[in-house]
Design a protein around this ligand. Structure first.
Ligand code: GRF
Length: 208
């Protein structure tokens, strides 16, 4: 099976990116990371890419007329490298319909809650965890899903849960969830690269 070429979009520290880099480097995932693209010049994830000899691009949305031209530039950079699978690993900009149709069912996102709870517009990063603590739910978790035209609405690939203690803090919860994010993101990408996933009736299921 030919190796899948991955492009990773980030906006921050890149610990999810690091988990993918590590899994590719140790052979757990049969793929190559061709490029890491960030909309933030100071995203530490760009350093993580450079340390692993991966093309690391800062694409400044302010240099483009609008979100469409900005997305077109990202698509151009992905296509230049024959990227098959796009992974959003803490990427905070919206994807245009053109982008999503170009990579239909080939964009994977990691979200720090159990979709459909605490997701959609305005639910990202710490805001998710604050809402979880505010609501007083007893479990939360993370979700890996395919990206469609909605926000956090695409077919769910994998989820995992964490228990919330009565004295849970924002920091302790962030750490707990991030830990399982790393695990399920790598597992989901491996399932994709091993061609183990199909989408039926807008649900992602594992081939028998
Ligand atoms: C993670 O919490 C992820 O769920 C969310 O953004 C954060 C990215 O963290 N999408 P990192 O940049 O991968 O460390």
């Amino acid at each position: 099976m030919s190796q899948i070429k991955i492009g990773v979009l980030i906006s921050g520290g890149g610990t999810n990116l690091q988990s993918i880099i590590d899994a590719v480097n140790n052979g757990q995932i049969n793929a190559s990371i061709e490029v890491v693209i960030s909309n933030k010049s100071n995203a530490y994830g760009l350093e993580r890419a450079k340390k692993n000899d991966i093309d690391a691009l800062f694409i400044n949305s302010k240099e483009y007329k609008d979100i469409t031209e900005f997305n077109d530039e990202i698509i151009k950079q992905l296509k230049l490298r024959d990227v098959d699978l796009v992974v959003l690993a803490g990427y905070l900009k919206i994807l245009t319909p053109e982008f999503i149709s170009e990579y239909k069912n080939r964009i994977i996102n990691i979200h720090p809650s159990l979709i459909p709870s605490f997701c959609g517009g305005g639910y990202y990063g710490e805001r998710v965890h604050n809402a979880v603590l505010e609501k007083g739910v007893k479990v939360t978790g993370a979700t890996v899903h395919f990206v469609d035209e909605g926000t956090d609405t695409g077919p769910i690939i994998l989820q995992d849960v964490v228990k919330i203690d009565d004295d849970e803090s924002l920091d302790s919860l962030k750490k707990k969830v991030l830990n399982i994010e790393h695990k399920i993101l790598v597992k989901a990408i491996k399932l994709y690269c091993d061609d183990k996933l199909i989408i039926k009736n807008n649900k992602a299921i594992m081939k028998g």
